[in-house]
Design a protein around this ligand. Sequence first.
Ligand code: AMP
Ligand code: ZN
Length: 464
Amino acid sequence: MKIFNTLTREKDEFKPIKEGEVKIYACGPTVYNYIHIGNARPLCVFDVLRRYLEWQGYKVTFVQNFTDIDDKLIKKANEEGLTVPEIAERYIKEFWTDAKGLNVREATVHPRATENIKEIQDIISALMEKGYAYESGGDVYYRAKKFEDYGKLSHQPLEDLEAGARIGVAEIKEDPMDFCLWKGAKPGEPYWESPWGNGRPGWHIECSAMACRYLGKTIDIHCGGLDLIFPHHENEIAQSECCNGVPFAKYWMHNGFLNIDNRKMSKSLGNFFTVREISEKYDLQVLRFFMLSAHYRSPLNFSADLMAAAKNGLDRILTAAERLHDLADAAEGSMTDAEKENFAASKEYVEKFEAAMEDDANTADAVSAVFELVKFINVNSSEQNSKEYLQALYQRLETLCDVLGIIIEKKEEILDSDIEALIAERQAARKEKNFARADEIRDMLLEQGIILEDTREGVKWKRA
Ligand code: AMP
Ligand code: ZN
């Protein structure tokens, strides 16, 4: 597989550190709010990367952190009269609702910054010992310019980076390029004790600590959005490589922006839609499919027209799958020689799919290969075919869709009578004060898209 590596600015041949295994670290969300659909882009595209590598037989360890302490969380907690952990807990839960809707798989580990304070402090201590970090005004900073490879990921002269870093320059830093490793606590803020006084970690250091703890000193692939290259990933490299004395990540992959009217969708610009808002208008599979319709590095403009096109495209695949499924259900027997030949011919589209993914995870071309397979299926399947042949074609389509994280299996509709029976069981459970069972039934129904409402006239339900 070839991967465009931000570090080399080339499409490099992918060779994992350990044969047959891949270690991936993906920077995760700061959990102070609902995620927007720009945040959903890296979630979807790197989920496909992981699924593809697994399909190719690799054992993938995928780590994605939750940033659960920072200024935004503290502000939100103060606004709502809650604690920072309460805010984090709430938005991690909301994150899961969105991620599940997008069919993004859970990472192997989802470490949180606040659960890695010791690891973070150990790195800072090591950086202090080596003379790369210094205390000032209750904070600890990293001497960016002392790290001679600083800027190697951004490919920009230090002066240009410096011009950007000057914004918000703090007097207490020795140099504007220096960045914070440990932030002294202000009154009323959450803090941890440390050799440098009470405080909390800076943002960049948590990723260096968690990548090392869960994946080792050198990892295969580090990914995230384009906006993280500088300063976040540049700083991660400086911290980790200085501390460990070995390269931090072999391949750096960065997704392009999801834009609205050609401007990056972001919370600060206010031009965003949350995944939750979109889920009220579309099945989130449509959003996922829309993300995959472009190459991950290209900018992608969000519009109602493009979402409608994504919905049409996805429907074409789902309709073909459903038809094939129904045909197979009604059919009998094993493959004829002619069918065997036909089935072998359909492999061409699997090869096209693989070739696209091998070329820097080009999901746009991979999706085209799926469309070609769908066309082939529509032309080459009918009531005349054997069950074995129809099932084999279905599995072929399902395999490719699985890699893209698109679910083609039709959900069995739950019948009204089953819903009524479950509601009656829930009422009985409540009467017996068995609230655990009552909640379990409500959640089970919710999973099937059935929403319960307790009213004065009794329980009402509707399909979402
Ligand atoms: P944040 O919570 O802002 O740190 O973002 C979480 C992830 O979403 C990071 O990998 C960002 O690079 C990515 N991201 C944020 N906004 C966008 C966008 N408009 N398009 C694509 N990726 C984005
Ligand atoms: Zn990070």
